[in-house]
Design a protein around this ligand. Structure first.
Ligand code: ATP
Ligand code: MG
Length: 285
């Protein structure tokens, strides 16, 4: 029987979320033992634990059939793989940062400067597209210390909160690209592996939808129902159930997590009471 080989990061910022995603898909991966290869107990997949830099290459060469990696890494490595799905975690951006005391007149700042980065491909594409000629100093890690030790005038690195930049006396001035974790796949999977992949993607989408949505329940007087239905952006139309108290009913619907906070004041103004917002485990559309 066929087995789908999946590469994930061994340890780092992607590894815990990748494991958690499989867990929520009902795929049990044993922890520990230090092995670089783990077979799942109840789904035909084998997990390979690797450094994130190597994942695009291994997927291209079919050492692994699919992999989870940051978009930044996929586009930096320029391997011939298919990007199948954004996963909604490990959100960050690749940005240019300069010593915080320097004034910044615009991208012209970088003209003839030396910029340290672990992303030479993405950075040189960015400089080409903005007509900047600058020197790129490739470093494999600890890029943020380069200006402080006189190795470069600026850096281009991954930023999420910006606190690492701050502690190194740097400030972010330009965004080169946004990134999040994605699933990449080899372009020539055989039909059996393709079938397993489709079953896996079905589960992943159900988990992703569930994470992005909440189940909402609220009480309202009957005369407010029409207004409330208009405010609630549900999957379909909301469920409306009568309450024991005459003239009142309960409305149930599904709302997007990020839309919920925008709508809450409108719902209360329209007469909604006793609003409950509940996490969803899986959501199949
Ligand atoms: P490895 O040892 O596997 O090579 P690494 O040190 O190169 O690991 P990590 O720092 O774990 O890599 O980052 C892996 C990926 O996680 C990055 O390529 C990026 O997509 C994402 N990432 C990095 N930093 C952050 C951050 N601060 N917040 C969110 N996501 C991040
Ligand atoms: Mg790495």
């Amino acid at each position: 029987m066929s087995i789908l080989k999946i590469a994930i990061q061994k340890s780092g910022r992607l590894s815990e979320s990748s494991r958690k995603l499989f867990e929520e898909c009902g795929i049990k991966i044993s922890n520990g033992s230090g092995s670089l290869k783990v077979i799942a107990g109840n789904f035909p997949v084998e997990i390979l634990l690797l450094r994130d830099d190597d994942i695009p290459q291994y997927v291209e060469q079919r050492v692994a059939d699919i992999g989870i990696v940051g978009e930044n890494m996929v586009y930096e490595k320029k391997k011939d793989v298919a990007v199948l799905e954004q996963l909604g975690f490990a959100g960050c951006r690749l940005s240019l940062a300069i010593p915080k005391e320097e004034s910044y007149p615009g991208t012209g700042f970088f003209m003839n400067k030396k910029v340290a980065t672990s992303y030479p491909v993405l950075l040189s594409e960015y400089f080409a597209s903005t007509n900047i000629s600058a020197e790129i100093e490739e470093l494999s890690g600890s890029v943020e210390i380069a200006p402080g030790i006189g190795l470069a005038d600026a850096i281009c690195d991954i930023v999420s909160s910006g606190s690492t930049l701050l502690t190194n006396g740097l400030r972010e001035v330009e965004m080169v690209m946004k990134s999040q974790a994605v699933i990449i796949s080899n372009r020539n999977l055989d039909p059996e592996k393709q079938k397993i992949l489709e079953r896996l993607l079905f589960r992943i989408r159900a988990v992703k939808n569930a994470r992005e949505n909440k189940y909402i329940l609220l009480n309202a007087p009957e005369e407010a129902v029409e207004d409330i239905c208009r405010i609630l952006p549900g999957m379909k139309s909301p469920t409306i159930l009568p309450l024991a108290e005459k003239g009142w009913c309960s409305l149930h619907s599904v709302v997007k997590e990020d839309e919920f906070w925008d709508r809450i004041d409108q719902l209360r103004e329209a007469g909604a009471e006793g609003i409950l917002v509940i996490p969803i485990e899986k959501m199949i559309l």
